[in-house]
Design a protein around this ligand. Sequence first.
Ligand code: SAH
Length: 393
Amino acid sequence: MKIIKLREGKERSLLRRHPWVFQGSIAKGGGDAGETVRVESHEGQFLAWAAFSPSSQIRVRAWSFDEAERIDEAFFARRVQRAVALRARLGIQSDGVRLIHGEADGLPGLIVDRYADTLSAQFLSAGVERWRDVIVRQLLAATGLQRLYERSDSGVRGLEGLPPRTGWLSGEGSTELAITEHGLSLGLDVALGHKTGYYLDQRDNRHRFAQLVRQFGCERVLNCYSYTGGFSVAALAGGAREVTSVDSSGPALDQARANLRRNGFDPAQQAFADADVNQFLRQALKDGRRFDAIVLDPPKFAPSAAHAERASRAYKDINRLGLKLLAPGGLLLTFSCSGGIGAELFHKIVAGAGHDAGVDAVILQRLEAAPDHPTTLCFPEGEYLKGLALVAN
Ligand code: SAH
């Protein structure tokens, strides 16, 4: 067993059960990609069993803080079963569920979503890459499913020195699927969609949006960064008269069209704009348009805290435009999925946008990712999605 010895005083985060060790904290030791190593303090005290990542800044990711635990197939069986069992207790109103959420489920670098009868997985660290066959076997065993598609084509694999890889790891057939989320049917493609195919983290916020649209009697809805139209379907389900979906991806808008059709909504109620949201919002303002409800769910503007300043300006800009486009008493659901922008900072940014727009608004609710995307006490960095439901005064 290879030993990684930390520099003096660098054991504190592992002692708090935080799973990462950066390259600069290591005094000596190494291993192959994904190899299990024993991490010790400078004084030789056991800290963790971990996976070694020779080319990543995050050089070590802990599997276990229990010296007696062995990192073997039974270990992965326990972790996978625990994650799947948690989801079964959450009362999720969908057959699209995040089953494994990386560090929060004790499996750093592994993302697994279930879409109806199919699993879609990303192996994003050297550790889970090395144990891939074992993990696949245990996922199929724990879920009783037969189909598993791999979407290890995220850019972060490059940081681990891993090439992109996609395709069926188990089973075969069409990659076009459908899930039923809070009673609404949503089509997706695990091969062509973003990430594993769909944004399950917004499930409960889409449902909440449908409720608010109904409660507030919103008629004209604008869904910005619509992707495949999840919030657009929710708007019409909530009784909206018309919804405009804006996205810069043509294939995403095609899927959005198909998703509205799937739920039987009238094409006359739907508009689509293949456009940059910022430009669309500016044009809509010029044209004097107003909306009773707007959703702003942009991609990650700040991948890390280092990008926070420029990202803050980008968030402020779209929120200022969004708030200006709201009809009196209108509803805004606004989000950030940037890990580098905390909830407090995001609220400040939106407050600044309101100030610039000359609009005050009541915070109806603070929003977050659905509970199958958990954050743990020891790994608060896992928290990424934050949002506000606002109603303009
Ligand atoms: N709200 C969606 C998820 C949004 S993901 C849901 O509930 O499923 C972010 C989307 O923003 C992606 O579909 C991407 O194509 C789109 N996008 C990224 N930059 C954009 C831009 N500048 N203008 C318009 N759309 C953009």
